[in-house]
Design a protein around this ligand. Structure first.
Ligand SMILES: NC(=O)c1ccc[n+]([C@@H]2O[C@H](COP(=O)([O-])OP(=O)(O)OC[C@H]3O[C@@H](n4cnc5c(N)ncnc54)[C@H](O)[C@@H]3O)[C@@H](O)[C@H]2O)c1
Length: 293
């Protein structure tokens, strides 16, 4: 698929040294944008920026720290001669701790990075964007902000806050030519999720079974939707929180969503009239017993 054109655009991506943020920065760069990659880890951000090309830069700031955010916005605006695109991606996990055992410090820090960070960086960047005639902000939500996920109280509340901030700011800044949207990913194969799987707090097999598409996302699949929202091709899209979750939040069946025990497969076992096309579009051949495989 051709990348949406971002030629001549400039972008700031927070938390861009790793995972989804890095995939977004790379995808925006591939579309033609010059990108400032923010992270708390400056060395990693520098390495990430260098890996996508010499015209991109790294800027250190903690998105939850107002003074650091204001300096970052000013430095990025000066270096790139203005900002057209902001992606509020920086994020932290909450440790997936049962609510009764969760500390106030972790709860507050989780909200500070996701909610305060999105608020502060947007606020710092929008006046300059408006002076240029407008721009596009894309926030990172999550399925955890859409459906209740036990033991993820802090993270879920933070992502629900990001989703609502997306709608509020879209309405507030539309008159300045600034669109504000969010993506709400399901489980994505990044170090954040790998850490939860490694510590036994997430079960990869159960995630796949609970996801209609039967797998986790690659960071590039989130980046593709962010690049579309950032581009002029999404010129009439604002205030949207778009699920990029393999069907996770849409699924409400009383069974696994994919695989051996999915509703489809169980129904298929008692229904020989399956005319679902095969992967190449042709009708599925009947098995020797007359059933469709
Ligand atoms: N991985 C998933 O399955 C998933 C699903 C839904 C949403 N998300 C969201 O996507 C975003 C990226 O997640 P990821 O999985 O790529 O995580 P990651 O841990 O791989 O990368 C996050 C990056 O943000 C940086 N960062 C953390 N706190 C920061 C701060 N205060 N200021 C600046 N940078 C900071 C980290 O150093 C890191 O480079 C997050 O907002 C996350 O909540 C992730």
């Amino acid at each position: 698929m051709a990348h949406p054109t971002l030629n001549g655009k400039t972008a700031l991506v927070t938390g861009a040294a790793n995972g989804i943020g890095f995939a977004i920065a790379r995808r925006l760069a591939e579309g033609g944008a010059r990108v400032a990659l923010n992270d708390v880890d400056l060395d990693a951000a520098r390495a990430a920026a260098a890996s996508i090309g010499p015209q991109h830069l790294a800027i250190r700031a903690d998105v939850a720290n107002e003074a650091e955010v204001e300096r970052m916005a000013s430095d990025a605006t000066t270096a790139l001669e203005g900002l057209d695109i902001l992606v509020n991606n920086a994020g932290v996990g909450d440790g997936a701790v049962p609510t009764l055992a969760q500390s106030l410090a972790v709860f507050e820090r989780t909200l500070a990075v996701h909610v305060n960070g999105t608020f502060l960086v947007s606020k710092a960047v929008v006046p300059g964007m408006a002076r240029r005639g407008g721009g596009s902000i894309v926030n990172l939500g999550s399925i955890a902000g859409q459906v209740g996920v036990p033991v993820r109280t802090a993270y879920s509340v933070a992502k629900a806050g990001v989703a609502m901030m997306t709608r509020v700011l879209a309405c507030e800044w539309a008159g300045r030519g600034i669109r504000v949207n969010a993506v709400a990913p399901g489980y994505v194969e990044t170090r954040l999720v790998a850490g939860l799987i490694a510590s036994g707090k997430l079960d990869a097999t159960r995630i796949r079974a609970r996801t209609p598409l039967g797998r986790m996302a690659a960071p590039e699949e989130i980046a593709a939707v962010v690049a579309f929202l950032a581009s002029d091709e999404a010129s009439y899209v604002t205030g949207a929180v778009i699920p990029v979750d393999g069907g996770y939040a849409a699924f409400g069946g009383p069974c696994d969503a994919s695989g051996e025990f999915s509703a489809y497969d169980r129904a298929k076992a008692s229904d020989s009239s399956d005319s679902r096309p095969s992967a190449d579009g042709a009708p599925r051949p009947l098995a020797p017993d007359g059933q469709r495989p």
